[in-house]
Write a protein that binds this ligand. Sequence first.
Ligand SMILES: C[S@@+](CC[C@H](N)C(=O)[O-])C[C@H]1O[C@@H](n2cnc3c(N)ncnc32)[C@H](O)[C@@H]1O
Length: 325
Amino acid sequence: MNTHDWNLLQNIRQKYLDGTAGKHDYWESTAELELYNNTFAQRIGWKWEYVLSQLDNVHWQLPNGTIIDYGCGSGIAGRKILEHFSTEEQRLLLHDRSNRAMEFSQQAAQTQFPNLSVECSAPIPNFSQATVVISHVITELSEEQIKSLCIQVQSAQCVLWVEPGTYVASRALLHAHQLLKSQFNVIAPCTHQESCGMNTSTNKRHWCHFFATPPEEAFTDRNWSRFTEETGIDLSDLPLSYLVLDKRPTIPYKPDSMRFIARADVQKYDAIVVGCSATGVKDYVVSKRTSPEVYKLLKKGNDVGVVTPDIRGREILSLPDDNNT
Ligand SMILES: C[S@@+](CC[C@H](N)C(=O)[O-])C[C@H]1O[C@@H](n2cnc3c(N)ncnc32)[C@H](O)[C@@H]1O
């Protein structure tokens, strides 16, 4: 990539940062989509890999039928899903306000999956019975647009939605969760079907986000070091928010299943972790003295997935082995 390429990328990024990306179609050339696809989209792809691995942990399967990638951009989300479930027996329908983006995604999907049926739809497609994929679009939509998207999404069979792990994006996604919850079974990240515990006044400071792990190449490949130099983006930090919904019957989580939000605040003698379960979102303490194993696990920064911890009051005593994903 040359200086001109980095400048193009910086231009696009600036639109994301100053919040103007939603105003109009910013894809001015196929070259821009290519650059985006090789950089920002790859990083988004790593987030999708994390989410798909969380879905594997709960044995979720992609239904047959149509996958609709809404706001497809360069199409990374749809391709990651198809790659993960190793299937070409689906139909991929791409939608974006940019024709250029749809064409780029169509070509990329067709190259990667020659037997896949891939189509584009300039009008918002009918979501009925489809698996709707939404990735990194929410910050480009107005409140009204999010509401109307949610109304249309209600007719889908499944929704796989991944957004940045920022406060604003996560809170917008929690709102979408609120609008959609009654029509679907919530598969992840919630381990329950109750109202979101983040929405209480005591939890205003929290937001529902997690951290994906980047692949080795993010630290060894010289193009990625240049990416970090040029953009200032720390590749070891991959925060994301997500929501997966399904109308099909699902195997329920155990009643006391919990997911830890974000990362624990690890201090010398204890760690504070935010746990989300059917009883709400609460801070829990893990003492290094009484629960050294759990403390160590949290200190390493490992994502422990869904757990059913032994809890006394606000203290987590252990994470029984067989429940630890
Ligand atoms: C940040 S890019 C994300 C692209 C892709 N989903 C990904 O995860 O890499 C946001 C995409 O949403 C599209 N977009 C923004 N507003 C839209 C709208 N109202 N309807 C359809 N697409 C929209 C943009 O054109 C852009 O391609």
